[in-house]
Write a protein that binds this ligand. Structure first.
Ligand code: AVI
Length: 333
């Protein structure tokens, strides 16, 4: 595996010497301790994938998005660019764009460039400094557009800032919905239906079923960036919980499981070992995995029927020629 350089903090975008005020609803550090201990003491061992996204993890994820093997980001960009006018028409004028898991807000610009008189942009992300920087950059690029960043775990209930708008469009690109189990995804879609209100819509990226070889390559890239992203979770536990994971003794694994239709990422213990967090000793056998992420891939019918259990109806679907990925617009049924 190649060494993946750590990123260094970025300067503020030109012309902005003051950060935008940020609504801070970030989870307490104690949530990480509670969730990590619960997951590592369970059988099989798990860690929630939302903890990938500290600032370095968010940066690594951006690197993944540029990899030749990782088709979702570039395919979603192609679809978004090709159908930008239709997508914007579906969203309607004077819409507030509320983006969940906004990261570097790259795809957002395509949407904002085409929306008619957007009322504002609310990026929601768990990685505070990363969010702050992305929001500053976006605000600099769209003078006059109200931008209100919210640092929050969007899987937990939160109240977004109230901005005057004709409707709220929840923007949830990247197929992050695939990182939830079917039950949790349906629950999240119900929460989203609440956030968008009766007049609003959901613009969502959904990755589609395809050749498993292509999927396995996408999560086992040749440069080892996905492996570094996965292992960074242990670095985070070492730093924030004073854990003592030895990264040399864990290995990235990503496999396709055809029945649920998902990639499963794991960190596999290379030997019998014990790791400590607080006064807890966590024992590993050689070959024992920690499950760190599911990434479900849906057929269009599967996604539509899951959305309908959440009271949402698919109104429009845009895909690429190879039908690798979809961008979908939903409203309340
Ligand atoms: C954010 N999420 C949709 C990515 C995915 O493809 O499931 C996270 C990721 N994990 C490994 N590579 C990318």
């Amino acid at each position: 595996m190649l060494e993946v350089q750590r990123h260094s903090p970025r300067p503020r975008p030109n012309g902005l010497n003051k950060a935008l005020p940020l609504v801070d609803l970030a989870p307490a550090a104690s949530d990480l301790r509670r969730d990590a201990l619960a997951g590592l003491c369970a059988t099989p061992k798990t860690l929630p994938c939302k903890y990938f996204y500290d600032d370095h993890g968010s940066w690594l994820f951006d690197q993944i998005c540029t990899l030749p093997e990782y088709y979702p980001t570039r395919t979603e960009l192609v679809i978004s660019r090709r159908y930008a006018a239709e997508i914007a028409a579906a969203c309607g004028p004077q819409a507030l764009l509320l983006e969940l898991g906004s990261g570097s807000s790259t795809k957002t610009r395509i949407i904002l460039d085409h929306l008619r008189a957007p009322a504002g942009y609310v990026p929601v992300d768990i990685a505070r400094d990363f969010l702050r920087h992305a929001a500053d950059e976006l605000a600099a690029a769209y003078p006059g557009l109200p931008v209100v960043p919210v640092c929050a775990d969007f899987t937990q209930p939160f109240t977004p800032p109230a901005l005057a708008a004709r409707r709220t469009i929840v923007y949830f690109p990247g197929s992050t919905i695939g990182n939830f189990t079917a039950d949790d995804a349906a629950e999240l879609l119900r929460t989203i239906a609440g956030l968008m209100g009766p007049e609003g819509g959901l613009l969502i990226g959904v990755d589609l079923r395809k050749d498993p070889n292509m999927l396995v390559r996408a999560y086992n890239d040749a440069r080892g960036v996905t492996a570094a992203f996965n292992l960074n979770l242990l670095t985070r536990l070492n730093r924030e919980l004073s854990a003592d994971f030895d990264l040399a003794h864990f290995q990235h694994r990503a496999t396709w499981d055809p029945t649920p239709g998902r990639i499963e990422m794991q960190l596999v213990s290379k030997r019998d070992q014990a790791v400590h967090i607080d006064d807890q000793s966590i024992e590993f056998r050689a070959g024992e995995p920690i499950r760190t992420e599911y990434s479900h891939k849906y057929t269009l019918d599967q996604f539509a029927s899951m959305a309908s259990t959440a009271g949402l109806a698919v109104r429009k679907v845009w895909t690429d020629h190879a039908r690798l990925f979809s961008v979908q617009y939903l409203t309340r049924a």
